[in-house]
Design a protein around this ligand. Structure first.
Ligand SMILES: [Zn+2]
Length: 374
């Protein structure tokens, strides 16, 4: 018996080692801490970019920081003044729920992936580097099942509180972790807490990243509030009102939600929220699908560029085909029901924003709806 337990334990440890061996955790900084900028790796990354000309905006304080009072001129601070500059804040596809999950991967992510697979839905996962090195197999599964990976920094600190060099460290270590697990070099990112201003944007652009915020307060599902007292039903009721308001609008643009795959409660409520969209015949897409980006990762990826649902395949290096006119920006927030404090939605300027719903995209959504409603 003892021998059996010992051999079982050995098998278990070897299995864990086999998964862990995909990422050499010892080669990475401490998890959940801002990586030091003195390491040889960060010093090498800093040599690759020119941060000269970064806006001289003072660092904010707090976790997350309070809004500066008085406001800082020309900061364009999304969380406080709703200024989004050229961040992506709305899904470019009409009548579409831009499906994004932040803060993973976690032990709860596979449950969500099972649901998405059953319903043929594709999402973007904004992963935290500190979690990515611990669950490389989950990252691989996400890619294999048609999902899109994006960055949510290494340690989930508010970026306006970090120096330019620390932002580089946060982004590049996460990029390295996902590259090691999947061979894909991340291109899109979401700032933790939506905390982004013009200084942060400057650094992100130097690194080739495109920020994706969410479409204002109405599209924060508030799933994270369950940890601090909200009931699951409160989340469902509140978000149902947002969806109904969206359905009653012109739906010319889609929306990006704030959801998380880091806790049991946020995954469980996601499995209740998503059917609400399907019942309302809202399409679903990842950021790549929403923005019709056939190159949803940066050059330098060592794995082949995956073709994601909703994106027409193209030859690498060729322009993304466009089937119709662009959705002009400068209008209202998606659905026209953004709050007074919500972001100004501008036309995405990522060079791949000429999204129209493709036949593939629509067919996949219809199939998903049929599965759920049957
Ligand atoms: Zn987050």
């Amino acid at each position: 018996m003892v021998k059996f337990i010992a051999s079982s334990l050995t098998v278990l440890l070897l299995t864990i080692a086999a998964v862990k061996a995909q990422i050499n955790i010892a080669a990475y900084p401490k998890v959940n801490e801002v990586p030091p900028i003195t390491s040889p790796e960060v010093q090498a990354w800093l040599k690759e970019i020119d941060l000269t000309g970064a806006p001289a905006i003072e660092l904010h304080k707090g976790a997350p920081p309070a809004c500066p009072n008085p406001p800082i001129a020309n900061e364009c601070y999304w969380t406080c003044d709703g200024c989004a500059a050229d961040d992506i804040t709305a899904c470019a596809a009409p009548n579409t729920w831009g499906l994004t999950f932040d803060d993973g991967p976690s032990v709860y992510t596979p449950t969500l992936l099972d649901f998405l697979k059953t319903n043929k839905l594709s999402a973007s996962f904004f992963v935290i580097g500190s979690n990515a090195i611990q669950y490389p197999a989950t990252l691989k599964r996400e890619v294999a099942e048609g999902h899109h990976l994006a960055s949510h920094t290494w340690s989930h600190h508010a970026l306006t509180t970090l120096s330019n060099e620390q932002i580089v460290a946060e982004m590049k270590w996460t990029e390295k972790a996902v590259m090691e697990a999947t061979g894909l070099r991340l291109k899109y990112m979401r700032p933790p807490y939506g905390d982004i201003n013009n200084r942060v944007r400057f650094v992100l652009k130097k690194l080739g990243y495109i920020p994706v915020d969410w479409t204002g307060d109405a599209y924060d599902t508030n799933d994270w509030r369950i940890a601090s007292g909200w009931t699951e039903q409160q989340v469902v009721t509140t978000f149902t009102k947002s969806l109904d308001a969206y359905v009653a609008s012109d739906k010319a643009k889609g929306f990006y939600c704030l959801e998380h795959d880091v806790a049991d409660s946020t995954v469980k409520v996601a499995l209740k929220l998503l059917p609400l969209g399907i019942q309302r015949k809202i399409n679903f897409a990842s950021v790549a699908g929403c923005e019709h980006d056939a190159q949803p990762y940066q050059a330098g990826s060592t794995a082949p560029m995956p073709t994601l649902p909703g994106v027409n395949p193209t030859t690498p290096g060729q322009p993304t085909p466009s089937k119709g006119p662009t959705t002009p920006g400068g209008g209202s927030t998606a659905g026209g029901n953004g709050t007074a404090n919500g972001p100004t939605v501008l036309a995405p300027k990522n060079g791949a924003s000429t999204m129209v719903a493709s036949g593939l995209f629509t067919a996949a959504a219809a199939a998903a709806a049929a599965l759920i409603l049957a």
